[in-house]
Every structure is written in structure tokens, then in C-alpha cells.
Design a protein around this ligand. Sequence first.
Ligand SMILES: *[C@@H]1O[C@H](CO)[C@@H](O)[C@H](O)[C@H]1NC(C)=O
Ligand SMILES: *[C@@H]1O[C@H](CO)[C@@H](O)[C@H](O)[C@H]1NC(C)=O
Ligand SMILES: *[C@@H]1O[C@H](CO)[C@@H](O)[C@H](O)[C@H]1NC(C)=O
Ligand SMILES: *[C@@H]1O[C@H](CO)[C@@H](O)[C@H](O)[C@H]1NC(C)=O
Ligand SMILES: *[C@@H]1O[C@H](CO)[C@@H](O)[C@H](O)[C@H]1NC(C)=O
Ligand SMILES: *[C@@H]1O[C@H](CO)[C@@H](O)[C@H](O)[C@H]1NC(C)=O
Ligand SMILES: *[C@@H]1O[C@H](CO)[C@@H](O)[C@H](O)[C@H]1NC(C)=O
Ligand SMILES: *[C@@H]1O[C@H](CO)[C@@H](O)[C@H](O)[C@H]1NC(C)=O
Ligand SMILES: *[C@@H]1O[C@H](CO)[C@@H](O)[C@H](O)[C@H]1NC(C)=O
Ligand SMILES: [Cu+2]
Length: 580
Amino acid sequence: MASFECFLICFVLILLPSSSSKAYASVVEHTFLVQNFTAKPLCKEQVIPTVNGSLPGPTVNVREGDTLIVHVVNNSPFNVTIHWHGVFQLMSAWMDGTDMITQYPIRPEDRFTYKFNVTGQEGTLHWHAHVVNLRATLHGALVIRPRAGRPYPFPEPYEEALIILEQWWNTDIENLQLRPAPLSDAYLINGLAGDSFDCSRNKMFKLEVVQGKRYLLRIINAALNSHLFFKIANHSLRVVALDAVYTNPYVTDIVVLTPGQTVDALLHADQTLGSYYMTTQLYVSATGQPFPDKTLANALVVYQGATSSSRAMPSLPDVTDTQTAYRFSSSITGLVSGPHWRPVPRNVDERMFMTMGLGLEQCPPSMQCPGLYGQQFAGSLNNRSFENPKTFPMQEAYFYNISGVYSDDFPNQPPIKFDYTNFNVSTDYEYRMLFPERLTSAKILKFNSTVEIVLQNTAMITAESHPMHLHGFNFHVLGQGFGNYEPSRDVGKLNLVNPQMRNTIGVPPGGWVVLRFVANNPGVWMFHCHMDAHLPYGIIMAFIVQNGPHPATSLPPPPLDHLECCRDAEIYNHPTYDQY
Ligand SMILES: *[C@@H]1O[C@H](CO)[C@@H](O)[C@H](O)[C@H]1NC(C)=O
Ligand SMILES: *[C@@H]1O[C@H](CO)[C@@H](O)[C@H](O)[C@H]1NC(C)=O
Ligand SMILES: *[C@@H]1O[C@H](CO)[C@@H](O)[C@H](O)[C@H]1NC(C)=O
Ligand SMILES: *[C@@H]1O[C@H](CO)[C@@H](O)[C@H](O)[C@H]1NC(C)=O
Ligand SMILES: *[C@@H]1O[C@H](CO)[C@@H](O)[C@H](O)[C@H]1NC(C)=O
Ligand SMILES: *[C@@H]1O[C@H](CO)[C@@H](O)[C@H](O)[C@H]1NC(C)=O
Ligand SMILES: *[C@@H]1O[C@H](CO)[C@@H](O)[C@H](O)[C@H]1NC(C)=O
Ligand SMILES: *[C@@H]1O[C@H](CO)[C@@H](O)[C@H](O)[C@H]1NC(C)=O
Ligand SMILES: *[C@@H]1O[C@H](CO)[C@@H](O)[C@H](O)[C@H]1NC(C)=O
Ligand SMILES: [Cu+2]
């Protein structure tokens, strides 16, 4: 009798604290069938790889704290991985979905299960393939809402709408591998090109609104290579989150997103009944760069009860309007009082200064290369051009101590100092930075160390905004500007109080940004330019975050299906593990 009573009481005592701290967390499970699909957003049919035959792919909805399980079945002719862009993957680095960094690609006819927790972040993210170019059509939204019962830190919207911006080519995916990549044929909004193209006049995304209501727009730039402006005629937007981090409300009539970035913004339907275009337009940060003829795509905001068929047009900035892009990117601040805010760490353990920009490499024999001096375009960070590993995924090589896969000496500064943003190839020592070294290059970080990175864009070949994306972490954006970073002038201006936090930052063309993050997540994490055209250029490096003091702060062994291709090899004789 006594023991029965104790059993009941103990049971309740043990369960209550953990179930209330994990309030309402649940398991969300999906199957992604990667398969061919014939799409025709313009006049020409094109066979594209998709998830479940839709462009964009299915939306994944979770609440903060949920466990997400996605079974990816590859029925396409391509090697595929799926990356959960911006998800921290805390203690689940094997689930980051980076081809030959955290896993072997999922081969045609093969399958792989992603399983991880989504904790400590809320807002809009997206998933996409992480094998060169496939992300053009293999992408979709990942929406993380607050736990049940917890409000947004802004007025509850009447409805929510996804706005996925995409880039389209009338050509096979394989042809996008050229350097430089071919110009695209259209931009799409939620898979539709809209009425500025002959064959899609009646295929336009329409958002129906009720006058007086507020709508939360979750805007994702899923374009492969293009920075994009986004604007709605006669309406302002109130930005409330960037890259799934809440911000102080920022009222603007225009939004700018680099590839990979997201913006959550409230739209107040406060205008007269009518139809208003919402338009996305290309932003080109580099001077003298060719760009496509068609630089915009239209969608519509339609008020319920509107009778007139006229449509108000937004006035758009120039395609090269860097000042407008910079004003948006540099004006928003973090919501210090909001959920999941993390203060800026004050003591820096690792200081890095990274030059970032274009370069050249030897034109392969038998090829005609369009780059300077007839060479092929490349790119680099601190004179290193990343080479994707061919034999073992980096994280596996790290975990099993397999040598010869990567070098762990990525430098904290470039080999030489020069006038970074005033490049003069006729000067010999600057010319020496033009042909970077091809290497699989990583930097080791001690667990829990604070890293500060000054990213310095160079003017080699051309100054250009490269959107740098860090896997596994959000970083604080302490400051940014044009020209060369000058500590004596710029340190005092850094925002250590309420900077924005993001996972992707466009470095101003011919300028710099200062980032800080805490390396509290063991594993191998890519840091790279999120323009897919620049992945083969090699504007990539990797951080290897070492284990912390406890098993709970150490990289667990890989899950079993990770090893599909190599189970026989002796090094894989180890107990596997099912914590995910
Ligand atoms: C994708 O298609 C498969 C097979 O029809 C189906 O079982 C699955 O539920 C679909 N997934 C999503 C996310 O719609
Ligand atoms: C899918 O499309 C690709 C490229 O067009 C083609 O090579 C392949 O044969 C197609 N696969 C199937 C199963 O239809
Ligand atoms: C797919 O990846 C494997 C390595 O896991 C590689 O051997 C193979 O060549 C790749 N196939 C294609 C079509 O790229
Ligand atoms: C994910 O959450 C579940 C349930 O809360 C927990 O049991 C598990 O340990 C978590 N996994 C990781 C990798 O944190
Ligand atoms: C939209 O704004 C323009 C420019 O300010 C103005 O001329 C026009 O009348 C407005 N349209 C509507 C429907 O409010
Ligand atoms: C790899 O090397 C480290 C340090 O020498 C050691 O602690 C670890 O056990 C090794 N791992 C394997 C799988 O051999
Ligand atoms: C480039 O370098 C050459 C050689 O040092 C020098 O003569 C020239 O003035 C420099 N040009 C610029 C624009 O700095
Ligand atoms: C950059 O790397 C290349 C290739 O390894 C090397 O030749 C060159 O000297 C390096 N540049 C500098 C300034 O060290
Ligand atoms: C990481 O560092 C923070 C701040 O210095 C400290 O509070 C925390 O305990 C550390 N975490 C671990 C797991 O060592
Ligand atoms: Cu780039």
C-alpha cells in the first residue's frame, strides 16, 4: 500500500517538471519523395527535380521544441542532401545535410532519415538541397512557430502567408555548373512568374486580404544566385524577424534579401479597396556585371470587395541601388526583450580577419574560359579556395581520426595586407592573391569559445556582396561599412547592445562586416557564400568545433543510415546509436 502510494507520487513528481519544461513538444514526421516533375512556369516545359512534384516544395510546420523527422527517398537521377538552413542542429551535426561535409550524398534509389530537434529559435527558415545547383528547384519553407500558448512578440496577425522568391532557368540543372553560371530566365513568387511574362499572364500568386487586418508575410529568398528587393505598392511593411530571430519593429517600404535570407514582416491592409502589385526585383551589387533582361516578377495583394481591375504598381529602385540595399540591411536591430535573445558575448577568444572575394584559377586545357587573362573564375577566403572532400565526409574524417581528408590550418588572416578594396592587379604582391590555393581547409575551435570574424570584401576582379552563411549557429552582426575595415575608426561604432542576429549576411560590396558567435555546438560547420554559383569558386571554409567536457556536449557517433555506403569498412565497426 505504502509503496503503491509512493509509486504514484514519485511518478507525478518525476514527470511534472520535465513535461512542463518541454510543454507540448511533439514529433513532426514527413516523407520527401525527390522525383522528376515537368514544370512550365514560362512557355517551355522543363523536367526538374522536386520534392513531391511541387515547386516550391512542401512547407514544414513545427513548433519550437518539436522533434522533426523527415524521410528523404531519392527517386531522382541526382545525388541529393537536404540542408535545414538556419536550424542550430544542437548536438545533431550529422543532420545538417551538407554533401561530403556532414554526410555522403543520398544516391539515386537510396534514402536517408533526418531527425533533429528544433529548439531555441522561432520564425521562418527553409530547407534546400545542398549539392551544387539542385537547390534551384529543391527547396521549401520551414516555419517554426512558438510553443502552444506562447504569443508572438508582436500583434497577432489575422493570417500568415508564405512568399517564396525563386530563380528560374529554361535549361537543365546540369547546365548551371558553368563558370560563370548562365543568366536566369525569370524570377518566381511561390512558383509563378506572374503577368510580366507572356506565358504566365494568368499564373500569378494572389494574396487576398480583408481591409483593416494584419498579415504576417514570411518572405524567403530561395533564388540560387540573386539578391532580391521586395516591395508592395502603396503599403509599408513592419519587419519583425530576420532569419528566424525577432527584431525591433522596423517600418520600411522595401525589403532586401540575399540568397538564403528570410524576412518576417507584418502587412497592414490599411489602403483603399483595390489590387496592389507585390513585386520582387533583382539587386546586383557588383558593377559591370551582366544581368538578365527580366529583372522582376509580380504577384498581387487583392482586397476583398475590390471592384476596380486597375493595379497599383510600386516604384522600384534601380537594379544596382546599393544604398537602398545597405540602408535596409544595416538599420534593423535585435529584440533584446524577445524570446530566445542572446546577449553579445563580450570576451573574444578567437579573432579572425577574412578577406573574401573573387579570384582566378587555371583554365582547364581544352576549355575556353571567360575570366581575366583567359582564366577560370574562382574565389577565396584568406587566399584559400575550398575543395569539397572526395573520399570521406569531413565530419566523419574528424570523428574517426582519418587523416588526409582536410587540413586544419585555416589562417586567422590573409597572407598579406593590401588595399583590399582598391585592387590593382598591376602591383605584383596583390597579383599574388589572385590565384588562391585549392584546399579542404578548416579551423579548429575550442568548445564554447567566442569567435569574432571581420569579413573584408576585396575588389579583386570585382567588389561584390557575397552572402556568407554559417551553419549550426546564428551570429551577431556588430557592424558593417564600406571600404577597408579600420579598427581604430570602426571598433567604437560596433553595436554590442542590440545588434541583429542572423545566419546569412550580405557583406557590402567593397566593404566589411563584423560578426560574433559562440562555438557551443560540436561538429563540422560550413561557412560559405550562399550564391550557389560561387560554391565551385570555393568561397567556403569549415569550422570544427571540438567537444565540450561532458558526453552531453560531445559530438555523438553518426546514425546508422549515415554509413550506408561503407558498412564493410573496418573503421565503421563501432556501436551505433539512436539518440536522434
Ligand atoms: C510526399 O509524397 C509521399 C508519397 O506520395 C507521401 O507519402 C508524403 O506524405 C508526401 N509528403 C509531403 C510532405 O507531402
Ligand atoms: C528525370 O529527369 C532527368 C533529367 O531530365 C532524366 O535524365 C531522367 O531519366 C529522369 N528520370 C526519370 C525516372 O524519369
Ligand atoms: C554520388 O556520390 C557518390 C559518392 O557518395 C559518388 O561516388 C558518385 O559519383 C556520385 N554520383 C553522381 C551522379 O554524382
Ligand atoms: C530531442 O528532444 C527529445 C525530447 O525532448 C530528447 O529526448 C532528445 O534527447 C533530444 N535530442 C537531442 C539530440 O537533443
Ligand atoms: C498609390 O500610390 C501612388 C503614389 O503615391 C498614388 O498616386 C496612387 O493613387 C495610390 N494608389 C492607390 C490605389 O491608393
Ligand atoms: C580520435 O582521436 C582522439 C584524440 O586522439 C581520441 O580521443 C578518439 O578516441 C579517437 N577516435 C576514434 C574513433 O578513434
Ligand atoms: C597601380 O600600380 C601601379 C604600379 O605600382 C601604379 O603605377 C599605379 O599608379 C597604380 N594604380 C592605381 C589606380 O593605384
Ligand atoms: C596564395 O596562394 C597561392 C597558391 O598556393 C600562392 O602561390 C600565393 O603565394 C598565395 N599568396 C600569398 C600572398 O601568399
Ligand atoms: C560556456 O560558457 C558560458 C559563458 O562563459 C558558461 O556560462 C557556460 O557554463 C559554458 N558552458 C559549458 C557547457 O561549458
Ligand atoms: Cu559569393
